[in-house]
Design a protein around this ligand. Structure first.
Ligand code: AMP
Length: 120
């Protein structure tokens, strides 16, 4: 059996997290190493290695969950960046599907990861 990822351990309650929102299918929590004033990770409780592997039907529900996280944080109108790193060349470190919700400032295109040196 392959070892659980850190996010699966958080989902299973084996590791702590700073929780923002949870329902039966998804969990949102603060990134441990935030790259912006607001940096939330949203994960499905069901394991998918990354976006390429996810069942499309899950994404419909996950979209609604992310909308609700944005409303809770008060960034639904002001805006946020939504990122998923999919696979090795995207720099994915944790092999359990997750979306980064990044906000709390005005970002420019150069922050968007076109520069290989940038964080995202
Ligand atoms: P990625 O490069 O897209 O796989 O991003 C993984 C993210 O997970 C990084 O932003 C890390 O800071 C974050 N991270 C790793 N371990 C934890 C943890 N235990 N709790 C919260 N965030 C974490």
């Amino acid at each position: 059996m392959t070892e659980k990822t850190v996010f699966e351990k958080i989902i299973d309650g084996e590791l702590p997290c700073n929780k923002v929102m949870e329902d039966s299918d998804f969990l949102a929590f603060h990134d441990i190493n935030p790259k912006a004033p607001i940096h939330i990770l949203v994960v499905p409780k069901k394991h998918f290695e990354n976006f390429q592997e996810v069942e499309p039907a899950i994404m419909a529900k996950m979209t609604e969950f992310i909308h609700n996280v944005a409303k809770l944080l008060g960034i639904d109108k002001s805006g946020y960046r939504l990122i998923t790193n999919c696979g090795k060349n995207a720099g994915q470190e944790v092999m359990h599907l997750h979306f980064h919700m990044i906000s709390g400032g005005e970002f420019t295109w150069s922050d968007k990861g076109v520069n290989p040196q940038s964080t995202f």
